[in-house]
Design a protein around this ligand. Structure first.
Ligand SMILES: Nc1ncnc2c1ncn2[C@@H]1O[C@H](COP(=O)(O)OP(=O)(O)OP(=O)(O)O)[C@@H](O)[C@H]1O
Length: 253
């Protein structure tokens, strides 16, 4: 695994809080992500993992704390939000592809509209990335003609076509039939090896154990424990982590 800790810190989340009305979902979340690092976020359902990702991606307002991107607080009034959005990609559980556009168009449209790339350049980059995820034979297909695993691989190609500095994955295999989980995880492993900085919320413990540089165990709106995969999976210190891993009914770890 790469020695990611020598790299600069891209994202520094400090004491992040989020409430929906009276419901305090994120109580105190702090962590750092270095360039080239793969951080997985695990923990029981309802612990706030997806909410945390959505706060980082500014899909939700926060109610406290700081999110520093390259040392600048993105929550500051004068921060250049559109620029930040173009640097942070997200892959969703439900793919969120444009149903009326084909695979190639799905991977080109953001590049043209947001990054102002020419059609020719956007096409070239989209084709390269579709090849990376093994979806280049399907450029003309519409999303409805694809399996869930194929759709998610297109969504990943679309996300990396935007050259994000950091890519967020929100339970990318949760909506898939079991036989399609492997192809998406393999694609993500391949990306991790390219040095892409990734935060992955997942219930796939084997993946988290194999691919992470850092694992964040979230429970009840707090970071209960964070550390290397060896620390979290083989020597968990927190009782909550121990209980979660002991009760976990997912793939064998
Ligand atoms: N838009 C919302 N309005 C009100 N409450 C919400 C909203 N979104 C999430 N919540 C609540 O926030 C809590 C955390 O949800 P979240 O989806 O972030 O957890 P999670 O750890 O990702 O769970 P899972 O692993 O099941 O996806 C839950 O109690 C949920 O009901």
């Amino acid at each position: 695994m790469a020695d990611y800790k020598d790299n600069e810190i891209i994202l520094n989340v400090q004491h992040l809080q989020k409430a929906y009305g009276e419901h305090q979902v994120l109580k105190d979340i702090s962590f750092e992500v270095h360039k080239g690092e793969v951080m997985t976020v695990i923990g029981p359902s309802g612990g706030g993992k997806s909410t945390m990702l959505r706060c980082i991606n500014l899909l939700e307002d926060t109610t406290g704390g700081e999110i520093l991107f390259h040392d600048q607080n993105i929550l500051d009034e004068n921060y250049n939000i559109p620029r930040y959005r173009s640097k942070v990609g997200m892959v969703f559980q439900q793919f969120e592809l444009f149903e009326n556009k084909n695979v190639l168009q799905n991977c080109m449209i953001g590049q043209e509209l947001v990054l102002k790339r020419s059609k020719a350049e956007a096409k070239k980059i989209a084709l390269e990335n579709l090849k990376t995820v093994g979806m280049d034979p399907y450029v003309d297909a519409k999303p409805r003609q694809l399996s869930g695993g194929q759709k998610q691989r297109v969504a990943i190609a679309r996300a990396i076509s935007m050259n994000p500095e950091i890519l967020l994955f929100d339970e990318p295999t949760s909506a898939l039939d079991p036989e399609m989980v492997g192809e998406v995880l393999e694609t993500m492993k391949k990306l991790a090896k390219t040095g892409l900085t990734m935060i992955v919320v997942t219930h796939e413990m084997t993946f988290a154990k194999e691919v992470s540089d850092q694992v964040l165990f979230m429970s009840d709106g707090y970071v209960a424990e964070q550390g290397s995969p060896d620390e979290i999976f083989n020597h968990p210190q927190s009782e909550k982590t121990q209980k979660f891993l002991a009760n976990f009914r997912g793939p064998q770890i």
